[in-house]
Design a protein. Sequence first.
Length: 147
Amino acid sequence: MAESAGEQHIVSSEAVRPVGMRLNQLPADPGGGALGGQPDLASSPAEKRAAARAIELHIEPDTRKSGDGADGETGAAVKAFGPKDGHGWFTSGCLKKAHETWGEQVQNLMNRLASEKAALGSTNILLQSTDLGVRASVRGVSPIDEY
């Protein structure tokens, strides 16, 4: 059986049917973000500063507080389920392990927030430097500049 370019055959117990892909048109629904709406990214320097400030003043402290909030209750539960007469519940060890994992996840999130905050602060500098570098390489010296 001859196959055309880009065509595959799927064999099932019922029949052989060609499967193809066409790339010569745009999809009716491109997916992704909202059409005609504003992008989700902060693009102006003021928006980036505001986003970095929100991370620093609200998101990081609230995340830290929420992450630390489980410490007291979990510690009490681990102790309550722990061994009193030489035997304890398996729940105690499981809670302790889950709490350690929780702490690692909170720390990973805090590290990510710190890197996002730093990236928001350095993005403007990086983009401006790139723009100036491209301008300098494209612009060059023009014969008109000599007049």
